[in-house]
Design a protein around this ligand. Structure first.
Ligand code: XMP
Ligand code: MG
Length: 177
């Protein structure tokens, strides 16, 4: 795995942006969420690091659920997304924010939103750390976006190249070997 010599997005840029997103989420949900609080539905595995930092910048009462989605390569052109983990508790009547590492074609996030809609949440929105709008196939917009980027393959802060590099505190672009 060869990464760009300097990060595309530094740890400090991420820290500041995540703190800002936390304030925006509080402004929107602190009154709405009521006693039940807000539910982060984190898309594994990439959303793990982002959601953990974001949660520590949110004062609204918060619970976590997780979904794991896999899109099979052979059927990727059909946007075939299979869930290997789903929320354990019902989201009916809850305020739900889906936390995604990166919005690329939009298929994964769109399939997750469709899955969760069936539970009839009080509200359902999407928060993505990164957005590659030029790659979009399924029309979908995140309510909160950390950074909008060009069409690079990126690694770090939850994002992997063949499961490597998730733990890096910065975000790098992957360079061709
Ligand atoms: P879609 O196309 O469904 O893709 O929006 C979302 C998922 O694809 C992965 N993905 C990436 N992972 N660097 C990565 O490490 C990237 O640049 C990248 N682009 C897409 C990611 O798992 C995301 O949830
Ligand atoms: Mg991945």
């Amino acid at each position: 795995m060869r990464l760009s010599p300097s990060p595309l997005i530094s740890a400090e840029q991420i820290r500041q942006r995540v703190a800002h997103l936390g304030r925006q989420i509080d402004a929107e949900y602190s009154s709405l969420a009521g006693e039940d609080g807000l539910i982060f539905v984190v898309i594994l595995t990439g959303g793990l690091f982002f959601s953990a930092d974001l949660a520590r910048n949110v004062n609204t009462p918060l619970r976590f659920e997780f979904v794991a989605a896999r899109s099979y390569e052979k059927t990727q052109s059909n946007g075939h997304v299979v869930f290997t983990h789903r929320p354990e508790r019902s989201l009916e009547g809850k305020h739900v924010l889906v936390i995604e590492d990166i919005l690329d074609t939009g298929r994964t996030a769109s399939a997750v939103l469709d899955l969760l809609k069936a539970d009839k949440p009080a509200s359902l929105a999407l928060c993505a750390l990164l957005d590659k709008p030029s790659r979009r196939i399924t029309p979908i917009q995140a309510k909160y976006v950390g950074f909008s980027i060009d069409d690079h393959f990126v690694v770090g802060y939850g994002l992997d190249y063949e499961q490597q590099g998730r733990h890096l505190p910065e975000i790098f672009t992957l360079e061709r070997e």
